[in-house]
Design a protein around this ligand. Sequence first.
Ligand code: CTP
Ligand code: MG
Length: 220
Amino acid sequence: MSTWAVLVAAGRGERLGEDRPKAFVRLGELPLLAEPLRRLDESEWVDAVVLVAPPEWEEPAILLAEELGASKVTACVTGGETRSDSVRAGVAEVPEDAAVILVHDAARPLLPDEVIGRLLAALGEGYDGAVPALPLPDTVKRVERDLVVETLDRSELVAVQTPQAFLAPVLRACVESTQNATDCASLVEKSGGRVRIVQGDERLLKVTTRADLERVAAWL
Ligand code: CTP
Ligand code: MG
């Protein structure tokens, strides 16, 4: 039973607005990518890592992995225009005999190892996929332009994070279709797969803005 992690780091980081892709913006002493990469590499749950880098940043990504001694990194591929394209490129590097694929956003650097344990436990219960989720702190409304159309029942809603874990054949079949989606789980759900939520973690905050980066840096 092998678990492969696909670490997607190929985004441009437009909302962060630095002079380089988000994965290479400094977090503490190192590029942001170092943190999730080291954590996946050190995780006992993970057997191998595929890195998905921005175009022209493949070499710095490989050098960083070498510098960290991240020996589980098996491949580094170039990402695509959208996150889905990048996931597809990464999944293509996972061998046929892999049992589980864990897709993680480099933009969520502080990955607690116990989250991976919870995800894999859910797959062990017979689910096709598992995602970390947190309850929503705010009331959520559906709107049309500025007009509130409906107040949603918060007890039925969760905010979903990464890593997201899938039985490898299920994810492979889903990403091979060309649909675009903000997360992998939605592809699996659409094709009838059963995806379970597990407890997420506040530390899995996604770095989108400079304020997020500062928060994550303070938690290092
Ligand atoms: N991602 C990717 N390939 C893309 C777009 C996104 O690998 N074409 C990755 C990012 O590197 C990130 C994760 O998907 O780890 C979540 O994306 P997001 O937070 O939106 O990052 P960016 O797309 O880089 O940021 P922005 O949308 O502000 O440009
Ligand atoms: Mg983006």
